[in-house]
Design a binder for this molecule. Structure first.
Ligand SMILES: [Zn+2]
Length: 154
């Protein structure tokens, strides 16, 4: 292999992403699930915060801004169920794994024992979602996010 000493011809400028490439690569099921969860979680955090965007962690009472808060699951295997997720601080959600003993008391007080049992049963059922389901769900969540964000001060 002989290396040329002359300067290489410059390639014409090419956009990094051609429109063709963008449309030819469809997002995976995992991508859609992740995005849908992110949007749903944001709905929960917004729902549980006041006009100033502050929410009270349901398991320890800490005050957190919704942007820093978590949408903690009660039954960890159950997703996209409004009464199964509530605003929590990062400490309770992440480091205390949901602070479940306190979470359980909160759930029973708020929704009653029957509803709590129902959530546990639901958590054991397989839930299959198609990409088309995620698209539809996500559109709804994004609409909800807009509505809730409009209710906040700034
Ligand atoms: Zn907390």
């Amino acid at each position: 292999m002989i290396k040329r000493k002359t300067a290489l011809k410059r390639k014409p400028f090419k956009a990094k992403r051609s429109p063709l490439k963008k449309t030819s690569k469809a997002h995976t099921h995992g991508w859609w699930m992740k995005k849908t969860k992110t949007d749903f979680n944001k709905c929960i955090r917004l729902r549980d915060s006041n006009k100033d965007g502050m929410l009270t962690c349901i398991t320890c009472g800490a005050r957190v801004h919704y942007k820093e808060a978590h949408a903690g699951h009660y039954v960890h295997t159950l997703h996209f169920v409004e009464i199964n997720q509530h605003g929590q601080c990062a400490r309770c959600n992440k480091y205390l794994s949901g602070n479940l003993s306190k979470y359980t008391l909160y759930m029973i007080d708020k929704y009653g024992r029957e509803k709590v049992d129902e959530l546990h049963r639901e958590g054991h059922q397989p839930h299959k979602y198609l990409i088309s389901d995620f698209k539809e769900m996500r559109a709804g969540y994004r609409q909800k996010i807009k509505e809730l964000e409009n209710l906040k001060n700034g």
